[in-house]
Design a protein around this ligand. Structure first.
Ligand code: SF4
Length: 257
């Protein structure tokens, strides 16, 4: 019997999109990649989240169940498919999305991982345009990529939310552009005037307010490291330190007076 055959001997379809318990509750399907810098099967390293900044220190997708051998293997399989055989990925994903189980549903891209290249982002844009009966959303730290390739010509069935804690935070206009920040708890995000998305992850793109607050995952050592600051505040602090360091170096070499 083939590995993926069920008890009746019929081959079960292997879906590319999955659901964790939180997303199943709200009827959302999910496409997942590994998070941040990972070792590939050939021993090379690959950064799936090129614009990740401070978020990488507190990333829930680098701990817990995400590190289980079978989970990691599935995420690496996904990455190999879309990175190394983009045409095959586009064909299989478009075909899968035409199945009735996705009709009228939302697909979340990357509960872990990111748009690691322009080519990969454009592949998704074509998949979305060819799947008009399905809706897509994501959080992203790839701000310059989105502003260059998506913002002025986005598919009608795609919504996104910029996410703080990355190297391109400074490109987000937090006064006007939809964005999310991760707070130590719900009380902290409400106190700062953000909308709590605990009830449904879809609030990240559907809430009235463009200020989306996410309470940090209850992972003790990450909570301790994060302290009372948000991801965005950690990133601002790091950007400030880097700026000061650069200025000192420039002064030392006489580049500024
Ligand atoms: S961008 Fe997301 S998945 Fe990647 S390291 Fe940051 S929090 Fe983790």
């Amino acid at each position: 019997m083939p590995e993926d055959a069920n008890a009746t001997g019929r081959t079960a379809r292997k879906w590319l999109l999955t659901q964790n318990s939180d997303l199943r509750r709200i009827g959302v399907f999910n496409w997942t990649l590994p998070a941040f810098v990972i070792e590939m099967p050939d021993g090379s390293h690959f950064n799936v989240c090129p614009q990740a900044g401070e978020c990488a220190k507190f990333c829930y997708a680098r701990v817990g169940t995400y590190r289980f051998k079978n989970v990691r293997a599935a995420h690496i399989r996904n990455l190999l498919l879309c990175r190394d055989t983009p045409g095959e990925f586009e064909r299989r994903m478009t075909d899968e999305l035409s199945h009735k189980r996705y009709s009228g549903k939302w697909i979340r891209l990357h509960d872990s991982g990111e748009f690691f290249s322009g080519e990969y982002l454009l592949t998704w844009i074509r998949i979305m345009r060819n799947s008009p009966g399905v809706r897509f959303y994501c959080y992203t730290k790839e701000i310059s990529l989105f502003k260059r390739l998506v913002v002025n010509d986005a598919p009608e069935n795609f919504l996104w939310c910029y996410s703080l804690g990355g190297k391109e935070d400074h490109l987000i206009d937090v006064a006007t552009e939809r964005h999310a920040d991760v707070f130590p708890d719900v009380e902290a995000l409400i106190a700062r005037g953000y909308t709590d998305q605990t009830e449904s992850d879809l609030l990240s793109v559907l809430s009235e307010s463009p200020r989306v607050g996410i309470p940090a995952n209850r992972i003790r050592h990450l909570l301790k490291m994060q302290g009372q600051k948000t991801f965005g505040e950690h990133q601002r602090e790091r950007d400030e330190k880097l700026r000061a360091k650069k200025m000192r170096a420039d002064q030392k070499f006489g580049l500024v007076r």
